[in-house]
Write a new protein. Structure first.
Length: 287
């Protein structure tokens, strides 16, 4: 970002894409600590960016493309850099030449600005997913990012959801993992459940899109369901936080095991030790 913004709520879209300077990022994160609404918006934009980035399966480029590029490289003349010419440089007088020889070599005082630093972070420290979704999230940002101008209250205490940043960090790690996998299934009652996971990291996450909020006094609970060959044990793996926009996510608690199925049920508020209803969605992670 090159323009200065005094309202952190106008920077949530850029924050979701990691397109802020260090100063702007600190400004937004300070605001997130005091506003649950702003945290929810930032998490929603981040989830949207990740979903858009991975909504299409990657395509393996044909081998002929590499062969063609290598052939062009071999036939393209490589031009050497022109040598510096001093023919037109005026001669130094003896005094000036002596002073120049004894003077210390100059050191560069140029340091990267905020925009350059942000660009380097985006290329080397963040998953490519957010970059590929920049245009799409910009649209979301323009439509939503300016609607929360009045939610900041510096005098308030941090509300629930303080762990959202940690969950987002785990989710980013899953998407960036070399063994990243994804599987989606329809949800009973409408919407889609997408499970993303990485065996290298040992974590999985569920993203619900277009799913209605749980009935009053109820909550969506996540489960790790072992295969029958492994005993068929069912372990609670956390609750889904409510969302007003129909898109929400949660990182499952516990370590990911081989051959499990991720299940989602409707349970009493606070969750249950074992499922009390039939799963509204179940996604096997056997790939």
């Amino acid at each position: 970002m090159t323009d200065r913004h005094d309202d952190p709520s106008s920077l949530t879209g850029s924050y979701a894409l990691d397109a802020l300077s260090d100063e702007e990022r600190t400004q937004v994160e300070d605001a997130l600590a005091f506003s649950s609404d702003l945290r929810a918006e930032a998490d929603s934009l981040r989830e949207t960016a990740l979903q858009l980035a991975y909504s299409t399966d990657p395509i393996e480029p044909p081998a002929s493309l590499k062969a063609s590029l290598m052939a062009q490289i071999q036939t393209t003349p490589q031009v050497a850099a022109p040598a510096a010419s001093f023919a037109d440089t005026p001669a130094l007088d003896d005094g000036l030449e002596a002073r120049s020889a004894s003077a210390p070599s100059p050191t560069s005082s140029v340091v990267p600005g905020p925009a350059e630093s942000a660009a380097r972070r985006r290329w080397f420290q963040r998953p490519a997913a957010a970059m590929s979704a920049a245009a799409a999230v910009a649209v979301v940002f323009l439509g939503v990012g300016l609607s929360v101008g009045g939610v900041l209250n510096p005098g308030s205490e941090p509300g629930p959801g303080a762990g959202s940043s940690q969950s987002s960090s785990v989710l980013d790690g899953i998407y960036a993992a070399s063994d990243f996998q994804r599987s989606s299934t329809p949800v009973e009652g409408g919407g889609t459940a997408t499970v993303v996971w990485s065996k290298d990291i040992g974590k999985s996450a569920v993203i619900l899109d277009g799913v209605q909020a749980a009935p009053k006094g109820k909550t969506y609970e996540l489960w790790y369901i072992a295969s029958k060959a492994s005993g068929g044990a069912i372990k609670p793996a956390g609750l889904m936080e409510q969302s007003s926009d129909g898109v929400h996510s949660a990182v499952l608690t516990g370590d990911l095991q081989d051959g499990v199925t991720v299940g989602i049920t409707v349970e009493p508020a606070g969750g249950s030790e074992q499922p009390t209803t039939t799963p509204i969605a179940a996604v096997p992670l056997d790939a």
